[in-house]
Design a protein around this ligand. Structure first.
Ligand SMILES: Nc1nc2c(ncn2[C@@H]2O[C@H](COP(=O)(O)OP(=O)(O)OP(=O)(O)O)[C@@H](O)[C@H]2O)c(=O)[nH]1
Ligand SMILES: [Mg+2]
Length: 359
């Protein structure tokens, strides 16, 4: 799963990216290559399991984050959307729009004004225009092709794009639409900017902490129909914290009144937005969190561990994390009926500990 950081120039994307990259992942997995990094999803449940099993290694669930260069303005004050930008967005499963609130006279703002509401609106509108144009082009092209030859695939695509057009002409993003699995598959091939799940991250400076609640409320009211999540954070401050030893950083954080880092909050919300959840595998060698979609069956989950496990699946020994913590061991879980053998149709729950039996 890939998350793209987008926004106007100088909004703090790279600062946020560097903070995320600092808090990465076990060194055995390569990461932070150029503008990409693999970040681990913090999970106290997994930490607790590691305390019990004391494994050689712990492997958290991960997401890949991509820092995308800032959008420049043209002479007419419109956004220049490059094909490189479109490709990066197309490959992202969700977007974080980093919006500047921080004041810093030495860092120019493309609009020469610090105004988060205006910036959000501006980008939303530009993205809507880009999508409208793309959809219109596609419809025109399909119609032209269909005049020349019969093509079943295009005949199926046409009503979908007409549906998108009707929706987007009401100036609402495509991510608002109810689309089925098949339709999403078709659209994955196109560069629709308003299709992606969106988190709007407001980058505050540490001196304007008392403005946070008021501004977030104002944004929520203003954009209540736009269907995105809003998260405040302090990119530079949190970056500086990430340079400190963990215990010192914690003291600064609690003095400042941050209970959870931006990273943790953003990742948790993204995980949720993408309909993701985790199951665990445990043992002396490793404790590990695996990422699955909601509604995945035990057989699907087995396939995430190893493709072979999907075909050779027999049963999944299943204990929920909460039960395991309550009873303390698999033996005790068995004794109290919290240990189950599930078949391939079983819908895995967030926090299940699975041992896959296979042949
Ligand atoms: N004072 C202050 N400066 C910040 C903050 N966040 C970022 N900056 C500074 O603003 C400048 C731009 O930040 P970047 O993180 O590079 O911004 P960006 O969005 O990656 O910029 P582009 O990639 O050019 O679009 C840097 O000099 C940062 O140090 C902040 O919260 N407070
Ligand atoms: Mg940058």
């Amino acid at each position: 799963m890939q998350i793209g950081l987008i926004g106007l120039q100088n909004s703090g994307k790279t600062t946020l990216f560097n903070t995320l990259a600092r808090t990465t992942i076990d060194e055995s997995i390569s990461h932070s290559i150029g503008n990409r990094t693999v970040v681990k999803i913090p999970d106290t449940r997994l930490d607790n399991l590691s305390k019990i099993f004391n494994p050689k290694k712990q492997v958290n669930a991960t997401l890949e984050v991509v820092d995308i260069p800032g959008l420049q303005l043209s002479d007419e004050g419109r956004i220049k959307i490059s094909s490189d930008f479109l490709t990066k967005v197309k490959n992202s499963d969700a977007l974080i729009h980093v919006v500047r609130q921080f004041e810093n006279d030495t860092v120019p703002h493309p609009h020469e004004e610090i105004n988060p509401i205006k910036d959000i609106e501006f980008l939303e509108t530009e993205f809507l225009f880009s999508d409208m144009a793309m959809i219109e082009n596609r419809i025109e092209k399909i119609n032209k092709e269909l005049l020349k030859t019969k093509n079943q695939q295009l005949e199926r695509e046409l009503p979908l794009f007409k549906k998108l057009q009707e929706h987007i002409e009401t100036e609402k993003p495509i991510r608002d639409m109810k689309l089925d699995e098949n339709e999403r598959k078709v659209l994955a091939g196109y560069q629709l900017l308003t299709l992606k799940p969106l988190v709007v991250g407001i980058n505050f400076d540490e001196n304007s902490k008392e403005k946070v609640d008021g501004l977030i409320k104002a944004i929520e009211t203003r954009f209540s129909k736009n269907n995105f999540h809003i998260i405040p954070f302090f990119a530079k401050f949190e970056y500086e914290l990430s340079q400190l030893p963990a215990d010192e950083a914690e003291i600064f954080m609690s003095d400042f009144g941050i209970v959870e880092s931006a990273l943790d909050r953003i990742l948790r919300i993204i995980y949720e937005l993408l309909g993701l959840q985790s199951f665990f595998t445990v043992g002396e060698d490793e404790t590990r969190a695996w990422t699955i979609k909601k509604k995945f069956t035990a057989q699907d989950a087995a396939g995430v561990i190893h493709t072979d496990f999907f075909d050779r699946f027999i049963r999944a020994e299943t204990v929920h994390y909460e039960d395991f913590i309550k009873y303390g061991s698999f033996a005790k879980c068995k004794e109290f009926g919290a240990w189950r053998l599930e078949g391939k149709e079983y819908i895995v729950k967030d926090g299940d500990i699975l041992t896959i039996r296979h042949n």
